[in-house]
Design a protein. Structure first.
Length: 261
């Protein structure tokens, strides 16, 4: 357990869990909370023994209701800057190829939704609510939401959310396409751990190479160029011990022992 004031971090084997810990403020993030989130995900990115991360919120009411507007309106000066990795330490982090899962319990609004959109898999409890409501208060979803949402779901669905600021249920989120799985209330973290477990059965080298290839390809104009672009992670995978271990374990009818090297 790491010593943070506004978040909690836990390690379970190869799994790293980050919990936004401001339940009385619906897990809204102010500059100090964002700074801690940035440090936590820096720790995850740098530690070769940590292969998968989960981000969630304390309590059942909220994953994160976004930016702490009360702090912003108070006129207090922040003692720390916004991390270069963006809101929640994730929205401007473009070079993290380890997988991150969002376990969404309750409200994921504004910046909270943008944190979830910056992950790879969203597990939502039945009571989860999603929105980019910034236009309703004279703001815009500047922490990548206006770009990520229309890249992850059909444009008309994304515009239907963004131009109204309306709230979407977990079930509708799955129908639209940004929610991976819906589970009973109180079970989001448990299900996220189950998905993390499935990822951890795979080679971490192959997982990182896959995520890097997908994200790089999505930023490429055409399929042919995307297919012919070999990202550095693929070369690392092909020369890794994991690449040899997989077929060897299969032939020997045993579970592979991944080395992440």
């Amino acid at each position: 357990m790491s010593a943070y004031e506004f978040i909690k971090t836990e390690t379970e084997g190869r799994l790293f869990i980050v919990t936004i810990n401001r339940p009385d403020q619906l897990n809204c993030l102010h500059p100090m909370g964002n700074a801690e989130m940035g440090k936590a995900f820096d720790e995850f990115a740098a530690n070769p023994d940590l292969w998968v991360a989960i981000v969630t919120g304390a309590g059942e009411k909220a994953f994160s209701a976004g930016n702490d507007l009360k702090f912003a309106a108070s006129g207090q000066k922040s003692p720390v800057p916004m991390p270069v990795s963006g809101f929640g330490g994730l929205t401007s982090r473009y070079d993290l190829y380890k997988p991150v899962i969002a376990a969404v319990n309750g409200f994921a609004m504004g910046g909270g939704f943008e944190i979830a959109l910056a992950t790879d898999i969203i597990i939502a409890a039945e009571n989860a609510k999603f929105a980019l409501p910034e236009p309703r208060v004279g703001f815009a979803a500047l922490a990548s939401g206006m770009h990520r949402l229309p890249r992850q779901v059909p444009l008309k669905k994304a515009m239907g959310m963004m131009l109204t600021g309306r709230t979407v249920s977990a079930a509708e989120g799955k129908e639209i396409g940004f929610v991976t799985e819906v589970v009973p209330q109180g079970k989001a973290l448990e299900e996220a751990k189950r998905w993390a477990g499935m990822i951890l059965e795979c080679s971490p080298m192959a997982i990182k190479a896959t995520k890097e290839t997908v994200l790089t390809g999505l930023n490429t104009a055409d399929l042919k160029t995307a297919f012919e672009t070999k990202v550095p992670g693929i070369a690392k995978l092909m020369h890794s011990a994991d690449h040899k271990e997989g077929p060897k374990a299969f032939a020997e009818k045993r579970k592979p022992v991944w080395q992440n090297e």
